[in-house]
Design a binder for this molecule. Structure first.
Ligand SMILES: [Zn+2]
Length: 463
């Protein structure tokens, strides 16, 4: 099967160019100046006039079918990857979650079982390390050899995922031996738990107190601590879902000093705020995630961080829980609200609003949504660019189409939209995954099982 995409504007980190893209089989065969492709004979021609032709999005942070607080996030690998495809994302990297007492390899097997044969787009895994002991430390090396080259740890959630500073140091030292990256949920969970207990005891149980008991200072403190531990262990560090200016300052300082420290933020921290958490009638529960939504000054700082590259990536932390029966578990006690916001479908569109508003350039949009995640997670140049030899993961994006985000029209398996009613300029016209058109003409044409597991190399930013 060969496809020629004609008439579009190819956008990469290098800039934009009028070019035609030839796909043969699962890969990009050539990128032509428009006239040079006139002799090419192909099975299918796709007209991309007035559209952008961009590398498919790479969402480096999703939680499909994730156990949390006695329930599971509601997108399966099938529904979640289909929704991703609708929104122009062609690769996800999901977090395998080691239950305490289990092993990393058993966990990896379990995640393969959940995902294999069910994904509409390609996928990889990070590993969440919940138990640090001699066995799991050794298993980290085996995971790296199996293409899982990043490990997430938590300074939050005591009693669940929380790791002590000593455990974090040990895991970082282990990661250093193979060049693996440690990813950190950086919030001071020990202090936060005291604030949470005080709030509940005082009868402050509404969702907004989820935000008020997780102040930005405690994200900043934990981020500083993670950076210091990574420096001592000489290990690459990637701060996940950075939400606070305090944490961004710590990351910027470490980067200025040449340390291998990287950070991502998420669309919810750019577009939603503490005001959403404070919505009446328990509606704030829809916006409970950790770290919490912040005040608008933090969002402004995050946009600046995206421009200066102190924030290199935007991922979604897609972790959907329905309002009915799941978020409602926390009525009368915000600490029991499952943490997470659905978003895998909307990342490309939401960040495109940053282009429309002049916050970031077109090339930067592609960079933070696709090219940098590909390099950060060891997938480049197979993924993350439009060039001969790369996988034909391509999105044809209509930059002038209008759409309104809503639960009535989204494809995620969740009963609300965090962006209900938000008007967007731009929309995916066609999504191509490894040479196969999976979204076109407002239809899903892919299939569960088309997506392949991606064995990943190390972080490609390390020297
Ligand atoms: Zn997460």
């Amino acid at each position: 099967m060969s496809i020629l995409i004609t008439g579009g504007t190819v956008v990469t980190t290098e800039g934009t160019m009028e070019a035609d893209v030839l796909i043969e089989g699962e890969q990009i065969a050539a990128v032509f100046t428009p006239d040079a492709s006139s002799e090419v004979v192909v099975d299918e021609v796709i007209d991309a006039t007035d559209m952008y032709v961009i590398p498919g999005g790479i969402d480096g942070h999703t939680h499909m079918e994730m156990p949390f607080g006695g329930t599971f996030s509601v997108d399966t690998f099938e529904t979640g990857t289909k929704a991703a495809a609708w929104g122009g994302t062609t690769t996800i990297i999901d977090f395998a979650v080691q239950p305490k007492g289990s092993t990393l390899l058993a966990t990896l097997d379990k995640w393969h079982e959940k995902a294999d044969g069910n994904c509409a787009i390609d996928y990889g895994f990070h590993m969440i390390v919940s138990d640090v002991n001699d066995v799991t430390l050794k298993e980290m090396d085996t995971c790296v050899a199996a293409g899982v080259t990043s490990f997430k740890m938590f300074m939050a959630y005591p009693g669940v995922f929380y790791a002590t500073d000593g455990e974090i140091l040990l895991a970082m030292q282990q990661a250093r031996r193979t060049g693996a990256t440690i990813m950190m949920h950086a919030e001071n969970g020990i202090a936060i738990d005291q604030l949470v207990a005080q709030a509940i005891a005082a009868g402050r149980t509404d969702p907004v107190y989820h935000g008020l008991t997780r102040p930005p200072e405690l994200e900043g403190e934990a981020t500083n601590r993670a950076i210091a531990l990574a420096k001592v262990a000489e290990c690459p560090l990637y701060i996940v879902h950075l939400s606070a200016a305090h944490a961004l300052e710590a990351v910027a300082e470490a980067r200025d000093h040449g340390q291998n420290v990287f950070a991502e933020t998420c669309p919810q921290y750019l577009y939603l705020s503490m005001d959403d958490l404070a919505r009446p009638n328990f509606e704030g529960a829809k916006f409970v995630c950790s770290p919490p939504l912040r005040t608008p000054e933090h969002s402004a700082a995050l946009w600046r961080g995206l421009r200066t590259n102190d924030l290199s990536v935007v991922s979604t932390d897609h972790c959907p829980f329905c309002f009915k029966e799941q978020k409602e578990l926390g009525r009368g006690d915000f600490a029991k609200i499952p943490n997470g916001i659905p978003g895998v479908e909307h990342r490309m569109d939401l960040l495109h609003q940053g282009v429309v508003a002049g916050e970031i350039t077109l090339s930067r949009w592609v960079e933070i949504c696709s090219t940098t995640p590909a390099r950060m997670f060891g997938l480049y140049p197979r993924k993350g660019t439009i060039a001969a030899g790369a996988d034909a993961d391509i999105v044809i994006y209509n930059p002038t189409a209008r759409q309104t985000l809503s639960v009535a029209t989204h494809h995620m398996n969740v009963d609300y939209s965090a962006y209900e009613g938000m008007e967007i300029t731009g929309k995916v016209a066609v999504t191509i995954s490894r040479g196969r058109v999976i979204i076109a003409d407002g239809e899903f044409r892919g299939s569960a099982g088309h997506g392949n597991f991606l064995s990943r190399d190390l972080n490609q930013y390390l020297i």
